[in-house]
Design a protein around this ligand. Structure first.
Ligand code: NAP
Length: 344
């Protein structure tokens, strides 16, 4: 089975390339820029900007992980990469038997119950990023999947060595020996270890090779949700090696400030959508992927916490805090790659 993986220069794409290469596959990886040597050691490389139409790609399976994954990007920029880009990848891979789209839990509006795949969604309550991922899903669902298979995975808040989004955000909460948090963060939140996501992708490919056809959508996260206050405290201790006190800032004034800054088009350190996602329960129901394809996440944050702390220090805290572009493929990150248990 020949794999084509987009977004391979990014965090999740880099893990998918390593994961399938460790399983004996030689995927073709795709990204926009010059490929790092560590990527070329494991995979073929196709340079492509998905905002433009792409040449035909010969592969059996496409795993589409390229996206503009940003809370602060403009709606036109999100549309160009996440909606038109998805269409261009689809058109270049019409001969692929399986199209696996890495979507996001951001396609759900924030509500206090565990998200299920077919719940109704109020589009006015989605962030611009979430809306672009939702519309990309909808465009894909409108295509003809009688002879091919569409798999949409919706992971929530993916973490692990190489992470350029979640960990940088959490590290920035540390200020002058304190952890500054919105509210008390005693909220339940689903998170997804990147190794669990790779295993979910592999499990879907195995299952849908045997059961082809149709369009399928699954939530993915670790087996149990976490209390965000525990997550923040323990991750920062693992990274900085000390315990710091929390300082709670009331959510309402932060939310008002975020609205005003957005209205004035002034870049803010947080958005009202980001704030809402962080300060409300945000849990995923993962029964469907378990019951349909038998996927069960193996690891949780507490098992990989020490690795993440060691990785952040070895990669350099300023680079990790800044979410530097080179993190997913530098030598340090590669050395923290945990080979899959169920090689596929
Ligand atoms: N990280 C999370 O917590 C999370 C949670 C749920 C879902 N997701 C989804 O998972 C996927 C991967 O996210 P990630 O965290 O790995 O993000 P990332 O590290 O920012 O990687 C994004 C990848 O997309 C590529 N890309 C962006 N614009 C492109 C363009 N115009 N043409 C070609 N490639 C382009 C980037 O290439 P460059 O290296 O050139 O920028 C990079 O390889 C995304 O679809 C995201 O929506 C992520």
């Amino acid at each position: 089975m020949q794999l084509f993986i987009t977004g391979a220069t990014g965090f999740i794409g880099s893990w998918l390339v390593r994961y399938f290469a460790a399983g004996g596959r030689s995927p073709t990886a795709s990204g926009r820029g010059d490929p790092p040597q560590s990527l070329l050691d494991l995979a073929g490389y196709l340079r492509a900007d998905i905002c433009r139409p792409m040449a035909t790609v010969g592969a059996d399976v496409v795993i589409h992980a390229a996206a503009l994954a940003s809370d602060t990007a403009t709606a036109p920029a999100l549309k160009a990469v996440n909606i038109h880009g998805t269409r261009h990848v689809f058109e270049a891979t019409r001969d692929c038997k399986i199209f696996l789209y890495i979507s996001s839990s951001s396609v759900y509006d924030n509500r206090n119950t565990a998200h299920v795949e077919d719940e109704p969604v109020d589009y006015r309550r989605l962030s611009p990023y979430g809306l672009s991922k939702r519309l990309a899903e909808e465009w894909l669902l409108q295509q003809d999947w009688r002879r091919r298979t569409l798999v949409i995975l919706r992971p929530r808040a993916v973490y692990g060595p190489g992470d350029r989004v979640l960990l940088p955000r959490l590290l920035r909460l540390r200020r002058r020996g304190q952890i500054i948090i919105p509210g008390d963060l005693r909220v339940q939140s689903a998170l997804t270890y990147v190794g669990n996501l790779c295993q979910a992708v592999a499990a879907c490919l195995v299952y849908f090779e045997k059961h082809p056809g149709g369009a399928h959508c699954f939530n993915v996260s670790d087996a149990e949700p976490y209390e965000m206050r525990d997550v923040v405290g323990n991750l920062l201790s693992a990274v900085y090696g000390d315990q710091m006190p929390f300082r709670e800032i009331p959510v309402l004034p932060l939310s008002v400030a975020a609205r005003v800054l957005e209205w004035l088009h002034i870049p803010a350190p947080f958005t009202r959508f980001g704030l809402a996602a962080a300060t409300q329960n945000n849990v995923m129901n993962i029964e469907k992927i378990n019951q349909t394809i038998g996927f069960q996440p193996e690891k949780n944050l507490w098992e990989v916490l020490t690795d993440i702390g060691a990785w952040a220090n070895a990669a350099g805290l300023p680079a990790v805090q800044a979410g530097a572009a080179g993190l997913p493929w530098n030598k340090v990150t590669g050395s923290f790659f945990i080979p899959p248990l169920n090689r596929s």
